[in-house]
Structures are given as C-alpha cells and as structure tokens.
Design a protein around this ligand. Structure first.
Ligand SMILES: [Mg+2]
Length: 276
C-alpha cells in the first residue's frame, strides 16, 4: 500500500492503453472522461497509446469521438506513428540513411512514414527499410516484395508483435503473425517498436516530457502493457476491463503496482493518494 500511495502521488502523466481500457469494441468503457478531467485538474498529462498500426491519429480521434471520447490527435500515439518517429530519430541522431521504405501495412503506417519524411517504394531493390505491421488486405505479391527487400539487405522493422487481435469471430492473425511469416521467409528478426518494447514507452514519455518515475502505464494485458513498462521503471496499473484477470495480475512476477477494477476505481485511488 505504501508503494501504491507514494507511486500514485508522484505520477505526472498517464499512458492509457486503448482496447480494453478506454473502449471494448465500439463502446467506451465507464469513467474515461472523468479520468481525463481529474488528471487535467491535478496538473497531469495523459496519452492514449495503442499497438494498433492500422489508423492515423486523426482516424483514432474520429473513432473515439463516435464513442463520445474527445481528445486531440497529439493525445493518441499508435505504433505506426511511434515506428515512423523512431525511424526518423535513427536517421537524425544515429546516422542511419534516409532511404526509401517498402511497407507491409495500411494507410496509418504509410501516412506516418511520409509525415516523417520517408519516401515509399514498392520496389524491393530500391528499399533501404522494410517496415511491417497489420495489413487486412495483404496480397502474396506484397509479401514477396517485402521479403525480397529484407533478403536484399533492407533493415527489417515491425510496428508491434501482437500475434493475434480480438474480433467478434475470435482471435485473428495480428501484426506479429505477419512478422513471423516474413521471419520464416527471410531468416531475419525485426526490430519491433510497439509495447512491450521500449521504443513505444520512450516515445510516449518524450511526448509528455516526463521520466519513467513520473509515468503511470494503465493496461489490460500484463504481457504487453505492463511487463514492458515495469522493465523501464514506469509505475503500472492493471485494469480488469479487458484481457488479464485479477488472478493473472496478482500471480505475475512482478505484479503491477495497482490492480483496479476499472478506470473509476483507479481514479478513486489516485484521488485518495492525492489527499493523503
Ligand atoms: Mg489492451
């Protein structure tokens, strides 16, 4: 309880996973606006962070608005944007070439790469980078070209490694399954940016201009949201509105700092910590 108390009081910014924390399907979960209002009224910042790489920030904002959750595009970070910004950072600060990118992915990923100054190509021989994420319309030809690019020396980067994603029909192949196919075809392992990898959290904290010790990650999945955040020294809260159960959070090693029923429960505990 002491760790929870001091931890929550120190928090200057909160990273919220989206699916299973902010919404389920097309329905917002309770307490989202209240959580945003409380954080804002106590001088804290927040960011929605999602491994979903299919949409642009503007598209996420539209989707959230349909659920009556109102945020600005810069308050949402998807793994497509995180990957593009990360790659631009490698070019700007680590001497990587600003070469053309061959993309296995959708509009969100292509747009993010172009926004960050990268030229796109479909020619495997012209590509300096091969960036792969979810693609609901993938064709064999695209798989062939991206795999030829990687075999030809293009640096292989993945948006996120989620093997499946939930749907009404059951779990469907996710970005991680596409990466697994490309790895099988090329013998190369990708650098992956999305949670639980450090790239995503580092970018989120950089955007909010806060340190790990000032950041709370709120997630519904221990193995993606929480484990990576613990490794980087963030405070963590597991909520029970998505994938992981209370039992799974409690048995995890180490468990999250806070296990909350839902966002209203989490905000009540934050309010209580602030009042001590
Ligand atoms: Mg989730």
């Amino acid at each position: 309880m002491t760790r929870e108390l001091t931890g929550l009081r120190d928090v200057r910014g909160v990273l919220f996973d989206m699916d299973g924390v902010i919404y389920v399907g097309t329905r917002a979960l309770p307490g989202v606006q209240e959580a945003i209002d409380y954080l804002t009224s106590t001088g804290r910042t927040f960011l929605f962070v999602t491994n979903n790489a299919s949409k642009t920030s503007a598209q996420f904002v539209e989707r959230l608005a349909e659920m009556d959750v109102h945020v600005r595009p810069e308050q949402v970070l998807g793994s497509a944007e995180a990957t593009a910004v990360w790659l631009a950072g490698q070019v700007a600060h680590h001497g990587w070439p600003r070469g053309p990118v061959i993309v296995m992915g959708q509009e969100g990923l292509k747009f993010a790469l172009q926004q960050n100054g990268f030229e796109l190509t479909t020619d495997p021989h012209a590509a300096t980078y091969a960036v792969a994420g979810i693609n609901f319309k993938l064709t064999y030809e695209e798989l062939a070209n991206v795999s030829l690019a990687i075999r030809g020396g293009a640096k292989y980067i993945g948006t996120n490694s989620d093997l499946t994603y939930p749907s009404e029909r059951g779990p469907l192949p996710g970005a991680g399954s596409i990466l697994a196919l490309l790895t099988a075809a090329t013998g190369q392992q990708p650098i992956v940016i999305g949670k639980p990898n450090r790239g995503m959290y580092e970018q989120a904290m950089a955007r909010l201009n806060i340190t790990a010790g000032q950041t709370l990650m709120v997630g519904d999945r221990y193995d993606t949201d929480i484990s990576g955040a613990i490794e980087l020294g963030l405070w963590t809260a597991g909520v029970l509105t998505g994938i992981s159960t209370r039992d799974e959070f409690e048995r995890a090693s180490p468990p999250p700092d806070v296990i909350a029923e839902d966002l209203p429960d989490l905000i009540n505990r934050l309010r209580w910590a602030d009042e001590q």
